[in-house]
Design a protein around this ligand. Structure first.
Ligand code: NAD
Length: 496
C-alpha cells in the first residue's frame, strides 16, 4: 500500500476503546476513560475504557463461570484446536487492520507490524492449537497392584498482563498455551497499546471461542493490573514487563491466594565479539540490526556490545557505519525500518540515559539526539556509545530505546565475567570461528538463550525466558504448557 493510502486509512480510523467482557464490548463500571495518543505524530486515537477493580471482578467472574461450566475447558482437545485454528486464520485475515492499529498505538514501522507482529501472533495461536491434541499424559512405572495416572489439567482462570513493545505477540504467547490447555483468560494490555487486544478478543469470538473464555480489561497498571494481580479467584498470572513490576506480581500473590506467577522481565543482553570471528562486518551489521529493531524496545536487544580490545576500534567504526541505516522515519511508510518510541515519557527516559552516558564519560560515536520533533511524535536517533564501563548506568540499566553501549574486554575469561556481571540474564551471543571457544563461552553465559554467530533466529518451537532477574518460567514451545496446567496424580488400585 502507498504511503498516502496508509495515511488516509489512519485519518479515518476510529478504534473502539471499550473493554470486552463476557463476549460483549462494554464501558468500564465507572464510565471512566483515558485518552490514547499516537507516538507517530501525537494525534488522539480515541478514548479507552479505564478498567478498575470492579471491571476486573466482572471479567474474572465471567472467566470463572466459563471455566466451571466446561463450555471450553471440557471440550475435547481436537475441538479446541479447530476454534483456535480459526482464531489464527482470523488474525491473518485482519493483517492490515491490526498492523495499522499496532503502528499507530505504539509507533513501530508498519512493514514490521505487517510482516512480523501479526503473523507471529497468528503462528503462535495456530502452533498451540496444533499441539494440544498431540500431547499425551503419563502412566507412572509403579508396581502391578496399582496404576498411577499423571495428568495435566487446566489451572482455571489465567490473568495475562502484557507490555506495549510487541502487544499482540506478548498476548499471543500467553493466550496460545493458556487457551489451548482449556483455561479462561483475562488479558490486561498495556495502557500504552490497548487497541489490538480488544480486536484479538473479537476475532476469537468470531472464530467460535465461547463468551467469557477470553476477556480484555484495558486500564492502568496500578488499577486494573493490581486488581488482577491481587484477585483471589485468579489461579495464575502470566506477566511480561519490567523487573520492577515483576516484583510486585510476586508480592500480590503473597498478599492474596499464592497464585502461580510467571514473570518474563527485562534484559541487558551481551553480544561478545572475539577477534577470531571471520566475518566482522556481518557481526557488526547484526549488532546494529538487532539493537535498533523495534526502536531498541526489545527485552532481548543486545544492548551491551562487548568487543575484544584488539579489534574494538575497527568494530565500533563498522557498527557506527551501519547505525544511520536505522534513522527513524514515518512509521506509515513501508520503507521505514525504525519508528517512534512509545510516548513522551519513554523519549525523556531514553534522552536521560544518553545524557547520563555522556556525564559518566562514555563517548557518543553515532546518534545521540532526538529526531523528527516537528512530526509531533517521539523519535530518537540510533545511538552508539563507545568506551563504556560495565559499571556505568547505560551498561547496567535497561534503557529500552535505540542506545548501544560498547564495552571492551581483554580475554575470554574477562568477557565472560563482564557478560555475567548483570542483574539480568535474558539472552547473550558469542561470535567466534573457534568451535571450542564458542561452546565454552556459550556454556558459561548465564542467560536463557545464547546465540552463536547470529542473533536473529527465533521460533515458536523454542522456549523464551531468562535467568536471574529476567524472570522465571518460559514462554513459547511445549514448555509453556507447564505454566498453565496443574499436574495431577490419580492412584487406582488393581486387584490382581
Ligand atoms: P511495565 O512493567 O511498566 O508494564 C507491563 C504491564 O504491567 C503493563 O500492562 C502495565 O500496565 C502493568 N503494570 C504496571 N504497573 C503495574 C502494577 N503496579 N501492578 C500491576 N500491573 C502493572 O513494562 P512496560 O514498560 O510495559 O514494558 C517494558 C518491559 O517489558 C521491559 O522491561 C522489557 O524488557 C519487558 N519485556 C520482557 C519480555 C520477556 O519476554 N522477557 C518481553 C517483552 C518485554
Amino acid at each position: 500500500m502507498t504511503l498516502s493510502s496508509w495515511h488516509e486509512r489512519a485519518r479515518v480510523l476510529r478504534p473502539d476503546g471499550r473493554m470486552l467482557v463476557d463476549g460483549r464490548r462494554c464501558a468500564s463500571a465507572t464510565g471512566q476513560t483515558f485518552d490514547k495518543r499516537s507516538p507517530v505524530d501525537g494525534r488522539l486515537l480515541g478514548a479507552v475504557a479505564q478498567g478498575q477493580a470492579a471491571d476486573v471482578d466482572r471479567a474474572v467472574a465471567s472467566a470463572r463461570a466459563a471455566f466451571e461450566d466446561g463450555r471450553w475447558s471440557r471440550q475435547p482437545p481436537a475441538a479446541r484446536k479447530k476454534v483456535l485454528q480459526k482464531f489464527a486464520e482470523g488474525l491473518l485475515a485482519a493483517t492490515d487492520e491490526l498492523a495499522l492499529l499496532e503502528t499507530l498505538d505504539m509507533g513501530k514501522p508498519i512493514r514490521f507490524a505487517r510482516s512480523v507482529d501479526v503473523p507471529a501472533a497468528a503462528r503462535c495461536i495456530a502452533w498451540y492449537a496444533e499441539a494440544i491434541d498431540k500431547v499425551y499424559d503419563e502412566i507412572a512405572p509403579t508396581g502391578p497392584s496399582a496404576l498411577a495416572l499423571i495428568t495435566r489439567e487446566p489451572m482455571g482462570v489465567v490473568g495475562a498482563i502484557v507490555p506495549w513493545n510487541y502487544p499482540m505477540i506478548m498476548a499471543a504467547w500467553k493466550l496460545g498455551p493458556a487457551l489451548a490447555a482449556g483455561n479462561s483468560v483475562v488479558l490486561k494490555p498495556s495502557e500504552k497499546s490497548p487497541y489490538t487486544a480488544m480486536r484479538m478478543a473479537e476475532i476469537a469470538l468470531e472464530a467460535g471461542l465461547p463468551p467469557g473464555v477470553f476477556n480484555v480489561v484495558p486500564g492502568f497498571g496500578h488499577e486494573a493490573g493490581e486488581a488482577l494481580g491481587l484477585h483471589p479467584d485468579v489461579d495464575a498470572i502470566g506477566f511480561t514487563g519490567s523487573t520492577r513490576v515483576g516484583r510486585r506480581m510476586l508480592a500480590y500473590a503473597g498478599q492474596s491466594n499464592l497464585k502461580r506467577v510467571y514473570n518474563e522481565l527485562g534484559g541487558k543482553s551481551a553480544f561478545l565479539v572475539f577477534p577470531d570471528f571471520d566475518d566482522l562486518d556481518r557481526a557488526a551489521e547484526t549488532a546494529a540490526g538487532s539493537m535498533y529493531f523495534n526502536q531498541g524496545e526489545s527485552c532481548n536487544a543486545p544492548s551491551r556490545l562487548m568487543v575484544h580490545e584488539a579489534i574494538a576500534d575497527d568494530f565500533v567504526a563498522r557498527v557506527a557505519r551501519h547505525a544511520p541505516a536505522y534513522a527513524p522515519a514515518d512509521p506509515l511508510d513501508e520503507a521505514t525500518v525504525m519508528g517512534a518510541v512509545v510516548d513522551e515519557g519513554q523519549l525523556r527516559t531514553v534522552m536521560g540515559y544518553i545524557a547520563a552516558g555522556e556525564e559518566e564519560g562514555a563517548r557518543c560515536v553515532a546518534g545521540g539526539r532526538q529526531a523528527r520533533a516537528d512530526s509531533g511524535g517521539f523519535y530518537v536517533e540510533p545511538t552508539v556509545f563507545d568506551q563504556v564501563r560495565n559499571d556505568m548506568r547505560i551498561a547496567r540499566e535497561e534503557i529500552f530505546g535505540p542506545v548501544l553501549s560498547v564495552i571492551r574486554f581483554r580475554d575470554e575469561a574477562h568477557a565472560i565475567a563482564l557478560a555475567n556481571d548483570s542483574a539480568y540474564g535474558l539472552q547473550a551471543s558469542v561470535w567466534s570461528s573457534h568451535i571450542d571457544r564458542a561452546h565454552r563461552v556459550a556454556r558459561a553465559l548465564r542467560a536463557g538463550t545464547v546465540h552463536v554467530n547470529q542473533y536473529d533466529e527465533d521460533d515458536i518451537t523454542v522456549p523464551f525466558g531468562g535467568y536471574k532477574q529476567s524472570g522465571n518460567g518460559r514462554d513459547k514451545s511445549l514448555h509453556a504448557f507447564d505454566k498453565y496446567t496443574e499436574l495431577k496424580t490419580t492412584w487406582l488400585r488393581i486387584n490382581a
